[in-house]
Design a protein around this ligand. Structure first.
Ligand code: AMP
Length: 391
């Protein structure tokens, strides 16, 4: 469970509070296409403002390569935040230094200051102590509410806590409560659904889930490597030959829990307009590739999901970006939404699928952090959380 102090456990009244948020939103030409991460941070921001705190927000955005780059500026996110709350939102085009110290010093209770992208400094990802100290010096209190970045030991997520003991925000608390509750104390049967391109990214997750879950359903490109390990020819399907041995080990140790596709939708090219057909699991003909799970698999997965007590889903069941190969993913989304199970969805693609299907409000919890939620499913402690004060 969650044994870290939160903003409810300390006095924030009238204080200057530095909050690490996850404002890493999809941004194109200054327009935010999905503001879920901004709205998810509002409970913490609004609570602090209601306590007359002066709120300084810091975050990274994207992966700027070499210093400041206007493409990755947080200014549009600050502008957007201003449309969501009545309190004054200021923006400063740096995250440390004199200009920032002045803006933070001038900030009044009940106002917000958004700092520029922390990753404009390479010191952020290096967890540089000097940069971390400068950030921490801006405020009286440090709060981490950035679940999506909590698996990184960076200056703004971990380094800061060496200078200013930190507490959790409401989003971080909620994410961890749901995920750790599902993993450590699930209502059974506990069903995990894993998909996506590569099994190498999720080997640790599969291994850990096989010790916790009752069933692990595998779809997407990941399934191809397992099927090849079982001896089938996979044609031009995406297969990770270097992971075949591991796939074999997992198959022999977890075969009673692992559920692989029984049929596949195959295509004669990697494009939406390709010829397609459904085959029972077996050899994929030469020059064809598996791009989705088949109807029988959807039926079997849906039945298991329907009878589940807890469902955790990460990764699409096929190349869902192409409508002709998105059916498996959307059918699984529907099964998760229809199930009475406690349902938790993480990972950008599965979250996008559930949102596109209009069924997001039927899911118990949609995680804002793909990588962080995967590390939790793998059983790894998140450094940004470990660094916070214990209750
Ligand atoms: P990941 O980032 O590992 O969750 O993988 C997501 C990607 O996996 C999506 O872009 C899907 O298009 C891709 N994917 C899912 N199934 C397949 C498949 N059968 N063949 C190739 N790519 C796939």
């Amino acid at each position: 469970m969650f044994n870290k102090k939160t903003i409810n456990d300390i006095d924030v009244k009238g204080k200057k509070v530095l909050v690490r948020v996850d404002f890493n939103v999809p941004l194109k030409d200054g327009v935010i296409s999905d503001d879920t991460r901004v709205t998810a941070a509002l409970p913490t921001i609004n609570y602090l403002l209601s306590q007359d705190a002066a709120v300084i927000l810091c975050s990274h955005l994207g992966r700027p390569k070499a210093g400041p780059d206007p493409k990755f500026s947080l200014q549009p996110v600050a502008n957007h935040l201003q449309t969501l709350i009545p309190n004054k939102v200021h923006f400063v085009d740096d995250s440390v230094g004199e200009k920032v110290e002045k803006a933070a010093g001038d900030l009044k209770p009940g106002e917000v200051l958004v700092l520029e992208n922390t990753r404009f400094y390479p010191e952020e990802e290096k967890n540089d102590p000097v940069y971390a100290k400068k950030l921490s010096d801006l405020a009286d209190i440090y709060v981490n509410d950035a679940f999506g970045s909590a698996h990184r030991a960076h200056a703004s997520t971990e380094g800061v806590t060496h200078y200013k003991p930190g507490v959790a925000g409401f989003l971080l608390e909620k994410e961890i409560k749901y995920l750790s509750g599902a993993i450590e104390n699930p209502q059974r049967p506990f069903v995990a659904i894993l998909g996506g391109a590569k099994i190498s990214d999720k080997i640790g997750v599969i291994k850990n889930l096989l010790t916790k879950a009752d069933k692990v359903l595998i779809g997407g490109g990941m399934a191809n490597t397992f099927l090849k390990a079982r001896g089938f020819q996979m044609g031009d399907s995406l297969v990770q030959d270097e992971a075949l041995e591991t796939a074999n080990e997992i198959l022999s140790s977890g075969s009673d829990k692992l559920v692989l596709p029984k049929d596949l939708v195959i295509a004669d090219a990697f494009e939406d307009s390709a010829a397609k057909k459904t085959i029972e699991v077996g050899d994929v003909p030469e020059h064809w590739r598996a791009l989705d799970i088949g109807e029988e698999t959807v039926k079997e997965f849906s039945k298991i999901i329907k009878d589940a007590g807890t469902v955790v889903w990460n990764g699409p069941m096929g190349v869902f970006e192409m409508p002709n190969f998105a059916i498996g993913t959307f059918e699984v989304a529907k099964a998760v939404a229809d199930s009475k199970a406690v349902s938790i969805i993480g990972g950008g693609d599965s979250v996008a699928a559930i949102q596109k299907s209009g069924l997001a409000d039927k899911v118990t919890h949609i995680s804002t952090g793909g990588g962080a939620s995967l590390e939790m499913l793998e059983g790894i402690a998140l450094p940004g959380v470990a660094a916070l004060q214990d209750k």
